[in-house]
Design a protein around this ligand. Sequence first.
Ligand code: ACO
Length: 430
Amino acid sequence: MTKRAASIAVGEKNASLEMRSGTMGPDVVDVTALYKDTGVFTYDPGFSSTASCESKITYIDGDEGVLLHRGYPIDQLAEQGDFLETCYLLLYGELPSAREKSDFIYRVTRHTMVHEQMSRFYSGFRRDAHPMAVMVGSVGALSAFYHDSTDIADPHQRMVASIRMVAKTPTLAAMAYKYHVGQPFVYPRNDLSYAENFLHMCFAVPCEPYKINPVLARAMDRIFILHADHEQNASTSTVRLAGSSGANPFACVAAGIACLWGPAHGGANEAALNMLTEIGTKDRIPEYIARAKDKNDPFRLMGFGHRVYKNYDPRAKIMQQTCHEVLDELGIKDDPLLEVAMELEQIALHDPYFVEKKLYPNVDFYSGITLKALGFPTTMFTVLFAVARTVGWIAQWKEMIEDPHQRIGRPRQLYTGATLRDYKPVAARG
Ligand code: ACO
């Protein structure tokens, strides 16, 4: 690769900055020497033009609607693979051989139980607590229960923490759900697949057997695959930033969950379903489209638009197909929410406002309807996203810790506050 330089002149000072190329995607200008050479910082709130790290895990081409994990397209992974295989791929960089796969499944499956004292920890939460609040607390609390995997300098402990996190977040999420609805916790079952076990822990009750529907289990698995990683989004960047200080991985993932909770990020699927319910019938769609376009109205079409995708989100296509499969399997015909969603999508895809701003449906647009049909209340939607994304957070955290150039993340600022002034005693302040 030829070394290329970009130069920047700031007043009298010149800086020659190194250009770096990845294997795909835009080149970057390495600005690490900029302040030393010129005395200025770059300013990029929201990180629209800033690559915060080097990564080999996930690649997105937002203009073309492409999402690759370790080079594999998301649709191939979702249609031909399964979630634990995707986890292995994200964590280790390659798809597993048959032996590696069964060994990985064995390791994850043997870590699904949580310390028995965790159940007493749950009873400290209010019954009406949002399950995301419970997740932030309980995942963070794992570091209080599993001290033997918090030494981030030890590769073995890092690996154990990674497996524990992938294995235990579904158990904690199902416990958050059971606590929320006032039912007894259901222990994990090692004879079931990852998705089957999760559905079982959520929907089984002690008074009758729970029969797993393979179509619904496959849909759950696919939802997990679609949400597994998405490069340097807000929650992943939060995990990396938290981890850059040397914090333990359980605490870092808890920080990621907190960030994911927001309606502009993982909370959008809950917000999208609430919006569809509020719209209610097709005849009210024009009113909401008009509101979304009105600059004086804070309303936005939830499940539309994306910071990176300026084309159809490739996950949304698979999600739409999964949504239809679930509704067909459950015999849900003429679902009013689905009708509103499909009509809304068609109108928005042809409306000049959405076309010009390249606002396409994102993965959250159809995931809410699917999750509702699977039997989850809206308050659980973001929790399911967190279960799936845990592996992405952990893979990105591990990559950062293993990067020899890793330093604590410490952004700079453009200060616009008061300049130096002298303290006045209260009596002299007027
Ligand atoms: N409805 C109406 N207008 C929108 C929407 C929307 N959903 N999204 C963006 N716009 C408009 C903005 O008002 C802005 O208009 P302007 O240029 O006239 O000011 C323009 O499109 C660009 O939008 P930004 O907010 O600058 O884009 P940004 O990249 O910051 O935001 C975001 C992306 C947060 C996802 C935004 O599109 C949004 O709020 N969407 C709804 C929430 C949502 O679905 N979030 C899920 C994200 S995907 C995920 O987390 C898995």
